[in-house]
Design a protein around this ligand. Structure first.
Ligand code: ATP
Length: 651
């Protein structure tokens, strides 16, 4: 299919040159616009598949203004700009372009960028359309089912979370009734756990008395139109708190989106989405809500005037788990511990993309749970019964990686004594997880790119191509954009794998999860070592919460494992080493990498085991043997000794 391109560029010579290049390469150029207004006129006449968009244009409006319109009409666009002003680039980034080329660019780069932009756009559109249909269907189900208002709102919260992220959702009629707070809402307290927020709960949480709340309600502004705020509610009277300001302060809100719907009697009903993340809401969310407007208005009407107007008289439910049998149940996430909003945001994205074949790029520091998340995405996908194959691209020697990934024929090279299937073929029908993709050599990057484009592989020594049906989830702890800039990573591969990026927060960005994670690991290890778990001493917990965790969750897991091994089974777990980077053993080299942290941990554990073995005269098993002194199974101690390379001569 010939793709139709609109060029929005105010320099005539550049635009004509572009037109020639595109037409020679098989694109149909449907027009050239020099200003935002001309671009709009073109868009009214004909819908292009892709728009090439200069940021600075003739007239007052820029390419960024056109970009917002293109996004809401789901038209792919690529910025072409010589502008390197950071503020403008940030603003352009917020419009979520499908590509960006900095002038001057080579013809080849332009054509590759167009190809990639189309691929990214088509994939995100497919995801978006499917998601919209799914959400629409679920809203209809909620409208028709026989549940009370509180349950309906809870279900809406759960559904909307997959497409409009929030930490608090509230809803109610406007104008506000100043005598009583009638809005109902849910505060997110876990991945699928919400706390109901009505008047009573709001008064308790804010510690306000009802008269004070009435003043606040009277001072609250009315949002007439759909709007996005970034911690700056407008129309505020100075020094008099409004409802928005109260919610912002109480729940640490950084941005929010207001979406009003009009009921059939002309009344206005507002949905509010509040987030603890800055600048999270965009026109994409508004356009999605616009498409769901009818359903959301009918639901609001049902909640206000429906048969079940009276809110359930049952005792108020504070923490409400998802109802059994709910379609949105995610047991795959149960072992992913933590409730921090940055983690929940990442899980939301994972749940959204899991169902599709889209490639996913998981970003995050070492040990933040990238592999765990990749596994959860696989288990949530229709591929869950097929294999999930992990490849650590950094751990396989360069000489072996091609055969490891794509397999080899018998005799393909010295040592290839028999035919061997590669990881891609092993993963057929399922998912391949390419961990540390940033470490791949340039040659392997080309091969992975070819697979992503053609879905075909060629094994070493083979002379035919084999089709394989594999979804790729990649992960890296490197900044791939920097690697691209340094020409270590191919731009075209970067765009292919960066279709759906998910960033996992570091542990120091989500300190509020440290306690829960520590208890989870402590219970796990104590049960593994057959020791009763009596808790964790307060000082250890305090130190762990204050620590920066360069090795993230893996390091935390190791620290707890070590404490569990060294615990006598009768008292609370105690920290057995300092968490300042200055371990109990002297550190001669500064800690720079995660490897350094792992080495220190292993060294500490090794020293300790050797000292207990010495105490037990070298005996592992039996009464007063080292295993008994450490209160762990002899087999566990033996495998630890093997792992830590502890030999007789060390004692
Ligand atoms: N949210 C979580 N809840 C419980 N355990 C977790 C969580 N995240 C990670 N883990 C555990 O922490 C360890 C490290 O996680 P994982 O291997 O997935 O991290 P990673 O980011 O892939 O690390 P690397 O970058 O080194 O490959 C694993 O044992 C994993 O099970």
């Amino acid at each position: 299919m010939t793709k139709k391109v609109l060029i929005v560029e105010d320099e005539f010579i550049v635009a004509s040159n572009l037109k020639q290049v595109l037409e020679r390469s098989g694109y149909e150029v449907i027009g050239i616009a020099a200003s935002a207004q001309e671009a709009e006129e073109h868009l009214q006449r004909d819908k292009p598949d892709i728009v090439l968009l200069d940021i600075r244009l003739q007239g007052e409006r820029s390419g960024i203004d056109i970009a917002r319109k293109l996004k809401s009409e789901h038209i792919a666009f690529v910025y072409l700009s010589a502008n390197s002003n950071q503020k403008i680039l940030e603003e352009a980034k917020m419009t979520y372009p499908d590509g960006f080329l900095v002038k001057p660019y080579r013809k080849k780069d332009l054509l590759i960028m167009l190809d990639i932009a189309w691929y990214r756009h088509a994939h995100s559109l497919e995801t978006k359309n499917n998601q919209e249909i799914h959400v629409q269907k679920q809203i209809t189900e909620i409208i028709t089912e026989n549940s009370d208002n509180q349950q309906k709102l809870l279900k809406i919260a759960e559904i909307m979370q997959t497409c409009v992220p929030f930490d608090l959702i509230t809803s109610g009629l406007r104008p506000l009734n100043t005598g009583q707070y009638n809005d109902k809402g849910y505060l997110r307290v876990g991945f699928d756990e919400y706390q109901f927020i009505g008047e009573k709960e709001l008064l308790t949480i804010t510690n306000l008395k009802r008269p004070a709340l009435s003043v606040i309600l009277a001072n609250s502004h009315l949002d007439i139109n759909t709007n996005i705020y970034n911690n700056d509610p407008v129309n505020e009277k100075p020094n008099v708190p409004s409802l928005q300001k109260t919610l912002i302060d109480t729940f640490n809100i950084q941005s929010y989106l207001v979406f009003p719907v009009v009921l059939s009697n002309g009344q206005s009903f507002h949905y509010f989405f509040y987030s603890r993340q800055k600048n999270i809401y965009t026109n994409i969310h508004i356009s999605l809500l616009d498409n769901l407007r009818t359903g959301l208005a009918t639901l609001a009407e049902k909640m206000i005037y429906g048969e079940n107007l009276a809110i359930s008289k049952n005792t108020p439910v504070h923490y409400e788990r998802k109802l059994q049998g709910n379609t949105l149940n995610y047991p795959e996430f149960r072992s992913i511990i933590g409730n921090h909003h940055l983690l929940l945001g990442a899980l939301d994205l994972a749940a959204q993309v899991a169902f599709y074949n889209t490639s996913v790029l998981i970003l995050g520091e070492s040990g933040t749970g990238k592999e765990k998340l990749a596994q959860a995405i696989h288990l949530l996908s229709p591929r869950k019964n097929a294999p999930f194959i992990t490849v650590n691209c950094a751990a396989i020697p360069v000489a072996l990686i091609e055969s490891e990934l794509f397999g080899h024929e018998k005799g393909a090279f010295t040592g290839a004594i028999e035919k061997r299937k590669g990881k891609f073929e092993q993963a057929d029908g399922g998912t391949i997880f390419l961990d540390e993709i940033g470490e791949l050599s340039p040659e392997m990057q080309v091969k992975i790119l070819r697979f992503l484009q053609e879905k075909e592989i060629q094994c070493i020594g083979g002379n035919s191509l084999t089709k394989v049906n594999v979804r790729v989830i990649a992960a890296t702890n490197r900044n791939l954009e920097k690697e691209v800039a340094a020409e270590n990573f191919r731009l075209d591969l970067y765009y292919r794998i960066n279709v759906f990026p998910i960033t996992l927060p570091s542990l120091r960005e989500r300190r509020s999860d440290i306690k829960e994670l520590s208890i989870y690991f402590a219970e796990k290890f104590c049960s593994e070592f057959n020791k009763p778990f009596h808790g964790i001493v307060t000082s250890m917990m305090e130190e762990m919460i204050a620590y920066d965790w360069p090795g993230n969750i893996r390091e935390l897991e190791n620290v707890i494992e070590q404490s569990a091994i060294l615990n006598d089974g009768k008292s609370k777990l105690e920290l057995k080493r300092t968490l300042t980077g200055k371990a109990t053993i002297p550190v001669t080299t500064p800690i720079k990498t995660f490897e350094d942290v792992k080495n220190i941990q292993a060294e500490t554990e090794r020293e300790y085991i050797i000292s207990v073995l010495k105490q037990a005269d070298g005996r592992v098993r039996g009464a007063n043997g080292a295993a008994q002194l450490m209160n762990i199974k002899p087999t566990t101690l033996e495998s630890k000794m093997a792992k830590l390379k502890i030999r007789r001569e060390d004692l």
